[in-house]
Design a protein around this ligand. Structure first.
Ligand SMILES: [Zn+2]
Ligand SMILES: [Zn+2]
Length: 381
């Protein structure tokens, strides 16, 4: 009996072997688990044929190009919606439609080189700059999202900038240096998370330093640039106790520059700052890497135990985003780093993915685009 069965099995296997080469690779079934958080997906990961990259599986397929009038109407509509439906803890659904349309436009590979998109970017940043120049914050905290992972945070007594860069290397997709100088004039300090060009920019640092505003960087940033190396502030990277950072306006910040990393080697300051009013905010830079015991997750998991964090500004694509958020346990999450236009589209993580990744984390969260701001008052929960 067993020999009969194995003969049948052998026939079956032969039949399989005979038919397998006839099935083209892209029509083989693609298996997907909807609870897969799609973090750290490799560029050449398995994918169904209708998406250009495994990394883009949960974002609608991108346009290769589009007519200018479609782009122009889309961007005008996005601005109209965002003007009338401001960032809020309970988000109007039409805002999400606008953010996804923005993703559609910004995911055209050539978008950073399109004058119409460059103009849109600069108009939003210029409007934010004018708002920063004319806004006092007598109570609570106002947080502007600038380009990429750049934030500008203002309370009644201090203004704190994080990872300000002009834009991309594309000359038309960048803020003029004059705007950077005006931003520096509005701020009291600049925290730079790490050395990569989408977070650290020497011209921005010089603008802050020229006005005697401290520029705080990790140990490996600009070590080969003697004038900058001497002028920047390198706080000792550790998990506490908090260090005092005196500002030129006579106020002090308390800072914990947590010793983070991007991958195994790049130093990333995960900066926790407490303002004189007692607001505590954390910006993570490109914090990412191993989740094994002994990794940065050991201390990320304790931040919420040691500090009552108001706002966490994580990189939207961080691996273990849920672990990071639960460890910091903030009252509010405001993500950064969406649509970094210096990246190819499959690495241009978008607002669509941010919404998808935030959903299972179940923390109060706000998704904003370039130049938008939110007025935070305690408590939000
Ligand atoms: Zn980086
Ligand atoms: Zn980055």
């Amino acid at each position: 009996m067993s020999s009969k069965l194995s003969f049948r099995s052998a026939l079956f296997i032969l039949a399989l072997l005979a038919t397998e080469p006839l099935i083209p690779a892209q029509s083989q079934p693609f298996h997907f688990d909807p609870s897969d958080p799609r973090e750290s997906v490799p560029d050449d990961g398995p994918k169904p044929p209708f998406v250009s990259s495994a990394r883009r599986l949960l974002t609608a397929p991108e346009l290769k190009d589009a007519p200018d009038d479609w782009i122009s109407n889309s961007l005008d509509w996005v601005n109209f919606i965002l003007t009338h439906y401001q960032p809020a803890l309970v988000e109007a659904p039409v805002r999400r439609a606008a953010m996804i349309r923005l993703d559609d436009v910004l995911h055209i590979e050539s978008a950073p080189r399109k004058p119409i998109v460059q103009q849109y970017y600069k108009a939003r940043l210029e409007a934010a700059l004018r708002e920063i120049e004319t806004t006092r914050v007598p109570t609570g905290l106002r947080i502007w999202k600038l380009y990429n992972h750049g934030f500008f945070v203002r309370t009644a007594s201090v203004s704190i900038a994080f990872d300000i860069v002009p834009g991309t290397r594309e000359p038309g997709f960048a803020m003029p240096q004059e705007w950077i100088e005006r931003l520096a004039a509005q701020a009291d300090v600049l925290f730079i998370s790490h050395q990569h060009g989408d977070h650290a920019n020497p011209a921005v640092a010089r603008a802050f330093l020229a006005l005697r505003k401290p520029v705080v960087v990790p140990d490996d940033v600009w070590t080969a640039e003697p004038t900058l190396a001497k002028a920047v502030t390198r706080l000792s990277r550790n998990t506490g106790p908090a260090q005092t950072l005196p500002l030129a306006n006579g106020r002090n910040l308390t800072v914990v520059p947590y010793p983070g990393h991007q991958g195994p080697r790049i130093l990333v300051n995960v900066t926790l700052v407490t303002t004189p009013e007692g607001f505590t905010i954390v910006q993570t830079g490109d914090q990412s890497g191993s989740e094994a015991p002994g990794s940065d997750f050991d201390w990320l998991a304790q931040i919420g135990r040691d500090h009552k964090v108001d706002i966490l500004m994580p990189n939207c694509w961080a691996n273990g985003l849920g672990r990071m958020v639960r460890g910091v346990n903030p009252a509010l999450v405001i993500t950064g780093h969406e649509n970094e236009m210096g990246h190819k589209v499959d690495h241009r993580e978008d607002y669509t993915q941010t919404y998808t990744r935030l959903f299972p984390i179940r923390y109060p969260a706000i998704v904003m685009t370039w130049g938008e701001s939110f007025h935070y008052q305690r408590p939000v929960r």
